[in-house]
Design a protein around this ligand. Structure first.
Ligand SMILES: [Zn+2]
Length: 446
């Protein structure tokens, strides 16, 4: 893995040099002869002095299923303490994702396991990591040169249709929730199964209870994350949310036509989300090759039948031996298929950032890597947080200023997080909550 990583690093350095000479967007301050080392140095300075925030990494599953420790070498993964320090990653939102098939009947149980695993890692490495639950916490950690660990739930099924559970997750420190993962739940629809007629979907994208969930998230101060939801659920959520929303790990559909990616209208809607005085939400770009590159996506689609058959064969073989097939084994097999397709160049990821910055505005784009959630299917040379400075350098090569980069690297997310907290305080001061759902503590009706 290390050899492969270094080979990839060498490759991207070459492509970055080439890129500096022919930027896709004219960069006013750059000339073809500008020495790259100076730019690299400048980018390094920006990276080292910025609060760098990534809104999505699936590492908690590694903590639980592989007994992975953040002090371990990366192995087949993307995120550890060494790479965090190298790339000056300041804060990570660890994704609390519960596989809805493997954990049927115990969504909450698995959610608690993953939350606990994050906290155990923080406790173990308290000299380097601090668990935080607020934008001020992130800023404080930055001042103390510590890495801030936060949590976001990926998939509304984790709340098991219960607002009390949602509130307890908040109490444990969860600060965002994607309303769905790839599966629709009983109150919100997912882009992942919206065309599957065997699955019930709500007519409006959100049920009455779904609207209560959004309201309660606004009231608690939990960021509403619209990554993964269906387009209808997206627009319904945007109509009712009182706080700006985030897309913790989504890209531009104009550049890569994945149902999980966002149309230009959706990008603009996120930028305009929240109340009339809101400064708007943020779209954090996903590094997954299948959401970055149309060519990768097409190649992946073309080999899908073969891959499905290989997975079915593996399961059948294990079953014949009386064994279940663990997800890690399926992932390993899937990875061999993904590895057959050439990795997209880093410049394609920068294209997404650039597109979102142009369509939604520079104040509405950030980073949501999806590290440890995409079987290593990432653009060339982007294997861990240690490679994040390459993004900064590529942006600067396109003419993005240091201030622009600071916004993209984390400033925008911090602004939204602050605003979500302010809206929460306002709503908590209101006397009549919107909740229509009957609460366990409600007095029985006479
Ligand atoms: Zn996801």
């Amino acid at each position: 893995m290390r050899t492969r990583l270094f080979a990839a690093l060498a490759l991207v350095t070459l492509s970055a040099v080439a890129h500096g000479q022919t930027p896709a967007t004219p960069a006013p301050k750059m000339t073809p002869k500008s020495p790259m080392p100076a730019l690299a140095q400048q980018a390094q300075q920006v990276q080292q002095s910025s609060i760098v925030i990534d809104t999505h990494a699936d590492t908690p599953q590694r903590f639980v299923d592989e007994h992975f420790d953040l002090a371990d070498p990366l192995g087949a993964g993307n995120l550890n303490l060494d790479s965090i320090h190298k790339g000056n990653l300041g804060a990570e939102f660890f994704s609390i994702w519960v596989d809805p098939v493997a954990n049927k009947g115990r969504f909450a149980g698995r959610t608690f396991d993953l939350i606990d695993a994050v906290k155990q890692q923080v406790a173990k490495h308290h000299d380097q990591i601090v668990f935080v639950t607020s934008p001020e916490g992130i800023e404080q950690a930055h001042r103390e040169h510590k890495f801030a660990a936060l949590m976001g739930i990926e998939g509304g099924h984790s709340i098991e249709d219960s607002l009390p559970l949602l509130r307890q997750y908040y109490a444990l420190g969860v600060r965002y929730m994607t309303l769905t993962w790839s599966n629709s739940n009983s109150w919100a629809d997912s882009s992942g199964d919206i065309n599957d007629t065997s699955i019930p979907h709500s007519k409006e994208g959100l049920t009455e209870f779904g609207k209560d969930v959004v309201y309660e998230m606004n009231r608690l101060g939990m960021m509403v994350d619209i990554s993964h939801v269906s387009d209808r659920t997206f627009f319904r959520t945007l109509v009712i949310t009182r706080a700006p929303v985030i897309a913790s790990h989504s890209n531009a559909r104009a550049l890569c036509d994945a149902p999980r990616n966002m149309t230009d209208d959706m990008l603009r809607a996120v930028a305009n989300s929240g109340g009339p005085d809101s400064k708007g939400g943020v779209i954090d770009v996903n590094f997954y090759s299948g959401f970055v590159s149309q060519a990768y996506r097409n190649a992946d689609k073309a080999q899908q039948p073969e891959q499905d058959k290989a997975v079915a064969d593996l399961k059948a073989k294990n079953k014949a031996e009386g064994k279940e097939t663990p997800q890690s084994e399926i992932d390993k097999l899937s990875r061999t298929f993904g590895d057959r397709i050439p990795r997209p160049p880093l410049s394609m990821l920068i294209d997404h950032i650039d597109h979102i910055a142009k369509v939604a505005g520079i104040d509405h784009v950030g980073l949501g890597s999806d590290f440890d959630g995409v079987d290593g299917q990432l653009p060339e040379g982007l294997d861990s947080p240690a490679d994040l400075p390459k993004i900064t350098e590529a942006l600067m090569a396109r003419g993005y200023s240091a201030e622009d980069c600071r916004k993209i690297l984390g400033g925008n997310l911090l602004r939204v997080f602050h605003e979500v907290e302010a809206v929460s305080k306002e709503l908590q001061a209101e006397s009549r909550p919107r909740i229509t759902d009957k609460q366990p503590f409600d007095k029985p009706q006479k």
